[in-house]
Design a protein around this ligand. Structure first.
Ligand code: HAM
Length: 414
């Protein structure tokens, strides 16, 4: 017996409609903000991610799904941003389109220790706007993320916001941290002892209680930001205030990927437990240039679909929406039933039937389970009278009509 690998899930049909809802709402919302879909490959050169996310990031250090092919090393994508920037540069989109707004939906892969809300194959819904450094774009993107959650009927989330500043500001912050934490290394967790040497900013968002205590004593504020980055951050906050978007400035929010500069944000939900981020994003103004493209700013975010579904309490009740279920009794009725079924489907009505000639009771149960809107019944009695019985499953009302396609369509579309 084969089993799925740990951290990968089967999304079964009874759940797929929830995914389709999330996807549909996303597509509709993205198009309102001018985002177009992009579908980069799931597999890329491993080096693309190392260069983008940073050699010392947790993803590169521990979580890459790598595939060796002769002298080349490929990776299943752990995230979408690097691929999209690669695609922007490779397809010369700066010359063709300049500023672009892309969205993407699809699986990502990280070799993590699976737990609630943390999988090895999970799914992102994300956007990337490449080609502008305007603070208005940061505001629009955070507003889009918030609006998406509202459209998914998700409430109770928090938006955490910070600015990391430009690369020089990040260096300044790292040096302040190094100075302040030097005498306190013993109080840090094992991971943070390594982070202290390799990627000191990551110590700031460690969830370990003893690290938090140590970090609390270090005064982190906007002092590290240069005047341009301070102005940018102020504009972002003012823009969010004017749209009445609630957020918390969180100086400890640094994010785990090296490409971030200036605005970073994370959207959390208490119902998720330890892995509390529904989604996250930020600016990466240096990445396009870093990967060989022009010197232009960019910003984006991604939500984890599995986590959205963990906190989404209302579903849209799409199960069986508009479904027609045909029950036939006897051989003759069966032949006539197959003709009706085919004709309704060719007229765009969703129909299902009982292939195993179950009893009427068993077939009705099946229709109920599927959430059918109408049941069509055809037996000896109906055949003799030249009619078909329609049962409205919501009201229980029954009526008999001619089994003529147009007549049926009229009745079943109401
Ligand atoms: P990220 O924070 O690594 O950012 O991932 C975004 C979201 O994906 C997380 O907030 C979480 O909801 C979900 N997620 C991450 N890892 C897992 C996992 N192992 N299992 C389930 N869900 C997971 C990025 O990937 C950036 N590329 C976002 C971005 C786009 N920044 C700018 N543009």
């Amino acid at each position: 017996m084969f089993k799925r690998i740990s951290g990968a899930r089967d999304i079964l049909p009874e759940e797929v409609f929830l995914w389709q809802d999330i996807e549909e709402i996303s597509r509709r919302t993205f198009s309102l903000y001018g985002y177009k879909e992009i579908r980069p490959p799931l597999i890329e050169e491993a080096h693309l991610f190392k260069r983008s996310l940073g050699a010392s990031s947790e993803i590169i250090q521990k979580q890459m799904f790598l595939i060796k092919n002769k002298k080349e090393l490929y990776a299943l994508r752990p995230e979408g941003t690097a691929s999209i920037v690669r695609s922007y540069i490779e397809n010369n989109l700066q010359k063709r389109e300049g500023f672009v707004k892309f969205y993407y939906l699809g699986p990502m892969f990280r070799l993590e220790r699976p737990q609630k809300g943390r999988l090895r194959q999970f799914h992102h819904i994300g956007v990337e706007a490449v080609g502008s450094c305007a603070a208005d774009l940061d505001v629009e993107i955070i507003s889009l993320a918030e609006n998406l959650l509202k459209n998914f009927s998700i409430s109770g989330f928090k938006i955490k916001l910070n600015s990391l500043g430009c690369p020089d500001d990040k260096l300044k912050l790292a040096s302040i941290l190094r100075k302040n934490l030097k005498g306190k290394i013993a109080g840090l967790c094992k991971d943070c002892k390594v982070r202290f040497k390799k990627n000191i900013l990551r110590v700031l968002d460690c969830k370990n209680e003893s690290c938090r205590q140590v970090i609390k004593e270090v005064d982190i504020n906007e002092a590290c930001l240069c005047s341009d980055c301070k102005v940018h951050f102020t504009k972002v906050k003012q823009g969010l205030d004017s749209l009445k978007i609630n957020y918390e400035v969180t100086p400890y929010l640094v994010r785990g990927l090296d490409y971030y500069t200036r605005t970073v944000f994370e959207i959390t939900h208490d119902a998720l437990g330890a892995q509390d981020a529904l989604g996250a994003g930020g600016r990466y103004d240096n990445l396009v240039k870093e990967l060989g493209g022009p010197d232009i700013g960019a910003i984006g975010f991604a939500f984890g679909v599995e986590r959205l579904l963990l906190v989404k309490t209302q579903d849209t009740g799409r199960k069986g929406q508009g479904l027609i279920y045909l029950i036939t009794l006897g051989e003759k009725a069966r032949n006539e039933g197959i003709r009706i079924l085919d004709s309704l489907r060719r007229n765009s009505l969703a129909c299902e039937t009982d292939y195993e000639s179950k009893s009427l009771k068993a077939a009705m149960r099946q229709a109920n389970n599927l959430g059918a809107r109408f049941v069509l019944m055809l037996g000896e009695d109906e055949l003799t009278k030249g009619v078909i019985t329609i049962k409205d499953m919501a009201s229980g009302a029954q009526k008999q009509v001619k089994p003529d396609t147009l007549e049926l369509i009229k009745e079943l579309k109401c």
